[in-house]
Design a protein around this ligand. Structure first.
Ligand code: SF4
Length: 451
């Protein structure tokens, strides 16, 4: 056997090169180190000259007037010598100073913004995929089909619903920086995702923990707030579907985005109950009357909106009369999609200590009655769609049949549209179909031929 030298590992294309100018105090220096470390960790080279750089990051200082001047001069120099400049640091936090002086910069962030800076670097100077070092594709590993993806915008929860132990497991709300969320969403859409499913424990609370801090996406300031995030997501050209939205007043703003066609007219709002006393025992914030008013308002603003919710029946102490209040709410609210759980104690939940547990058989009987009432409502609401032409996203194709979902159907939890005449359709494609029949959960449809 002949010995041979190990084969040289093929090298990835030349790494992209980032120039770096660091101004300011030791705190700014630490920020610079964090960004440089991340750049190197991701395989970027650091260029020692403007000419050798594909892009330049300038970390600025805005402490005193002289520092502001020095920072603006450094940005001017980087623009003149290189042309592609991302500005970060304290000057970026001082309103529009940078953009007014230098409108051509690619992006501006405030201090301590490593992740936002990296998001801008990624969008202006993508890192080449190196299969030898990148064990995962740029959009990460996903368990969903290629054409839809969940987009988690925060972790934890500030509520203390008595039946839930999530806050003790995951802590209080921590919102992800809006620039990071947008960067992930862009990368998902670039990889073929057609539908983004926004999730969290409480989507309406997005940004509360960071006082709705302004972040940056594509060089533009974007508030860490549900409405602003949804507006930005709506620009990506994918369906955007909102889950776990608490019925706060500012939800009206996203309903306006829905009526403008920017995001899907779909709201998943977990109401959980309708009896004021049970809601209080659950420590849920909203009142039933307000919820009904909100539902009416949403429907007036966006008549096509699909409302989905979940409820718990048989909560400790729930009387027959309180359960009937819940049924009356269902009749009044006419929700499109509803999930219902019989209460079951979770270890560690405070509701376990409440008196008067509801016997299992009663819980189950209430759940069945509840689902019976909702089945009639869902069936009637779906029946109104027969004859309409709707857009669907195709999930499955088998010969001349396909299964898709309309704006009204979230994957896994809602119904589907069973499509005939689907030859030629492919998974992940949008198609126009005419609804031909409706059941309790699903619709049947035929493809509308393209003219
Ligand atoms: S049920 Fe939802 S809102 Fe209530 S504490 Fe749990 S995670 Fe938070």
């Amino acid at each position: 056997m002949t010995a041979s030298l190990p084969k040289a590992r093929p090298q990835p294309d030349t790494a992209p090169r980032v120039g770096f100018v660091s101004l300011g105090c030791p705190k700014a220096l630490v920020d610079s180190e964090a960004i440089l470390t991340q750049l190197r960790a991701e395989g970027y080279d650091i260029a020692p000259t403007y000419a050798g750089a594909d892009l330049v990051v300038v970390n600025t200082c805005g402490f005193i007037d002289a520092a502001v001047r020095e920072s603006l001069d450094a940005i001017a120099e980087a623009l003149a010598e290189n042309g592609k400049v991302i500005v970060t640091g304290c000057l970026g936090a001082k309103g529009d100073i940078v953009r007014e002086a230098h409108p051509d910069v690619l992006a501006v962030t405030g201090p301590h913004a490593r992740d936002e800076v990296m998001a801008h670097v990624h969008s202006h100077l993508p890192r080449p995929h190196d299969p030898y070092t990148d064990l995962v594709p740029p959009q990460g590993i996903r368990l969903t089909p290629k054409h839809y993806a969940y987009l988690k915008i925060s972790e934890g929860c500030n509520h203390r619903c008595t039946f839930c132990i999530i806050p003790s497991l995951r802590g209080d709300l921590v919102s992800r920086p809006v620039g990071d969320v947008m960067h992930e969403a862009e990368s998902l859409v670039r990889s073929g995702v057609k539908e983004l499913l926004v999730i969290s424990q409480d989507t309406s609370a997005y940004g509360v923990d960071v006082k709705y801090r302004v972040g940056f996406w594509g060089g533009r300031p974007v508030k860490t707030r549900m409405t602003e995030l949804c507006r930005a997501l709506g620009e990506l050209g994918a369906w955007v579907r909102l889950h776990y939205v608490y019925p706060y007043p500012h939800v009206d703003e996203v309903v306006s985005l829905m009526s403008e066609g920017r995001i899907l007219p779909y709201l998943d709002v977990p109401f959980q109950h309708a009896s004021p006393r049970i809601l209080k025992l659950m420590k849920r914030p909203a009142s039933t009357q307000k919820n009904l008013e909100r539902i009416r308002g949403w429907r007036a603003a966006c008549p096509d909106i699909t409302l989905r919710s979940t409820f718990i029946v048989g909560f400790p102490g729930e009387t027959e009369r309180e359960f009937e209040e819940l049924l009356a709410f269902l009749q009044e609210a006419q929700l499109d999609r509803v999930g219902c759980f019989a209460y079951s104690p979770v270890e560690g939940a405070r509701a376990n200590a409440l008196p008067d547990p509801v016997p299992e058989a009663v819980k189950e009987e209430r759940r069945e009655r509840f689902m019976g009432v909702q089945a009639q409502i869902s069936r009637a609401r779906l029946a109104r769609k027969v004859g309409r032409v709707v857009d669907i996203l195709v999930d499955e194709v088998k010969g001349s049949k396909a299964v898709g979902r309309s704006a009204a159907d979230a994957p896994e939890i809602d119904g589907v549209v069973q499509v005939d005449g689907a030859r030629g359709l492919s998974v992940g494609q949008f198609a126009k179909v005419r609804i031909t029949a409706a059941g309790e959960h699903d619709l049947a449809a035929r493809v509308v031929p393209r003219r």
